[in-house]
Design a binder for this molecule. Structure first.
Ligand SMILES: [Zn+2]
Length: 308
């Protein structure tokens, strides 16, 4: 029997990551390009097509051995219509029929979805939330994204836009948010705010990795700093836990590397602020699949869609 493969792509604002997965979704080969080296939409689509073709060529494969292509994108995506509505951090992407374009260019089945939804998929199928049925996955970065698993399946909402925990209001008024509202969780725990606060405390050159390292070394100021971040996050999560009675929350993204201090503060806040039954039930985990979550999720997407 001919071995079958999936090509998985994770398009981020910074990197375009590609991987060849076998049918058990093990990564067989990987490559990465800077997204910014493709300065417009047409070139970026060309770059995606080239990376697909070069994988097939370099690995000595034929198109017949490729089951399909899965792609995660950082923005609003209609997975069923194969449309990219809007990518906030990559200019020029509005209402692009990406599935159709790529299927024409490659002659292979293509499936697209939002990157955080794919990460959620991956963590639920193969990562930290494997044993759990009601899960929130949250990614902390420039943006704060979320994905929900309810009753063992991905919850999409009416317009496929569910999971936007970053835009849960924490106050009536506060800093303006990229979504057009104000005082959203993202303006308090997104990287921009955290780095601004960190530089006030630790000097104008410090990076978030350095503040994380300080906390891991039990530096008192850094411990207190991440404790405060965890409190804000825990406050938002208390509301979610009360509403959904989750059994697990998976936290990923760069900031999750702050480690124990952050997780402890999130858990303590939930125990203090959420209702007893829900607070005790929920487990808080660090994302397990790290940078590969998007790629593995894209592999699951292809497998699921082909089953239908
Ligand atoms: Zn917002």
């Amino acid at each position: 029997m001919v071995k079958k493969f999936i090509i998985a792509i994770d398009l981020g604002g910074t990197n375009l990551k590609c991987a060849l997965l076998n049918s058990s979704l093990k990564i067989k080969a990987k490559s990465s390009f800077s997204t910014k080296s493709f300065d417009n939409k047409r070139k970026l689509i060309g770059g995606i097509v080239d990376s697909i073709n070069s994988f097939i060529l370099r690995q000595n494969l034929t198109k017949r051995s490729i089951l399909g292509i899965g792609i995660g994108l950082p923005g609003l995506v209609d997975t069923f219509k194969g449309m990219v509505h809007f990518l906030p951090n990559i200019p020029g992407w509005k209402e692009v029929s990406l599935k159709k374009i790529l299927e024409q260019e490659t002659g292979l089945p293509v499936f697209i979805d939002n990157d955080v939804k794919l990460m959620t998929f991956a963590e639920h199928k193969a990562g930290s939330a494997k044993e759990y049925n009601n899960v929130l996955c949250i990614t902390l970065g420039t943006g704060v994204g979320g994905g929900l698993i309810i009753g063992n399946s991905l919850y999409r909402g009416k317009d496929n836009a569910a999971g936007e925990i970053g835009h849960l209001p924490l106050n009536e008024h506060g800093p303006v948010c990229g979504c057009g509202s104000e005082a959203c969780l993202e303006v308090y725990v997104g990287n921009a705010r955290i780095i601004k606060d960190a530089r006030k405390l630790f000097g104008s050159k410090i990076t978030l990795e350095e503040v994380s390292k300080l906390a891991q070394g039990n530096n008192a100021k850094a411990t207190k700093f991440w404790g405060e971040v965890g409190k804000k996050l825990g406050l938002a999560l208390s509301g979610v836990v009360n509403l959904l009675n989750l059994d697990a929350i998976v936290i990923g993204g760069g900031v999750s590397c702050a480690g124990k201090v952050l997780f402890k503060s999130v858990k303590q806040t939930i125990l203090m602020r959420a209702m007893n039954v829900q607070a005790k039930r929920v487990n808080i985990f660090k994302a397990k699949l790290g940078n590969d979550a998007g790629i593995i999720g894209a592999g699951y997407l292809v497998k699921e869609r082909l089953k239908r």
